[in-house]
Design a protein around this ligand. Structure first.
Ligand SMILES: [Zn+2]
Length: 249
């Protein structure tokens, strides 16, 4: 039995193989994929969890922090006994429990580390779950340079934005002034961070498998307090500081 046969015959994927338009090809695309998850906080935890659950074969996890008690309302890969442990270590353990076949690499480095450009270049798609604009824009720049699909997100209170960029076309930098205030340590409820993480994982799954449409850059806004969602395409801004002629941020 080949590796591909084993993937397809595993009962773990049984319920998703029957989705119209998905099938063995999509499952094998996920099994052969390599996703870089930058930041294992409130958005990165659910994004990584659902990517692992869907059958992504390889993930690189990046975070320099230790688990704190104040993380536990939203960072769902960790429990009380993980407080004080490096996030990458606790996250890898939780993901392996869910999917023992997954190939994981962990890097305990902070956002902004120059290593991150190299990791973007070596990945197939990027879940940017960092929470500072300067770090998101640095990832945005690296993703455009190496033509990698990426999702970026911003969350606050009960709401959030998720931007998908396939590696060309409109990017985070085209929007950052209008839609992405600085996040910092804003108040946040777990379901909002979870929603952004699940949308991020879904965008990456769609990109890797070619399921659904449209495929271009888009912005999704959600407000769970009012149960409102808005989606719109992201047009390329000629004055974007990242992909256009605008002043570099
Ligand atoms: Zn741009």
């Amino acid at each position: 039995m080949t590796g591909s046969d084993k993937t397809i015959s595993s009962p773990v994927w049984l319920r998703q193989l029957g989705i119209p338009g998905f099938g063995p090809e999509a499952q094998l695309a996920l099994a052969g994929a390599h996703v870089l998850v930058l930041g294992l906080g409130g958005v990165g935890c659910p994004a990584a969890l659902y990517l692992a659950a869907a059958g992504v074969g390889r993930m690189t996890l990046v975070d320099g922090d230790l688990v704190e008690a104040s993380n536990l309302n939203r960072q769902i890969l960790y429990g009380c006994s993980d407080v004080g442990r490096p996030k990458v270590e606790a996250a890898a353990e939780a993901l392996k429990k869910l999917n023992p076949q997954i190939n994981l690499e962990v890097f305990r480095v902070q956002a902004g580390d120059e290593e991150i450009d190299r990791l973007v270049a070596g990945s197939g798609a990027v879940a940017d779950c960092f929470d500072r604009n300067r770090h998101r824009l640095a990832v945005n720049r690296a993703c455009l340079r190496f033509r990698k699909a990426a999702v970026h997100s911003y969350v606050q209170n009960f709401s959030g934005y998720v931007v998908f960029s396939p590696g060309d076309g409109g990017c985070l930098g085209c929007l950052v002034d209008e839609s992405f205030p600085e996040q910092g340590d804003n108040p946040i409820i777990g379901v909002a961070a979870g929603q952004a993480g699940i949308i991020s994982a879904a965008e990456i799954i769609r990109h890797l498998t070619g399921i659904g449409g449209p495929a271009g850059s888009r912005l999704i806004f959600f407000d769970l307090a009012f149960m409102e969602w808005t989606t719109r395409p992201v047009a390329r801004d000629p004055l974007c500081p990242v992909c256009g002629r605008g002043e570099s941020i």
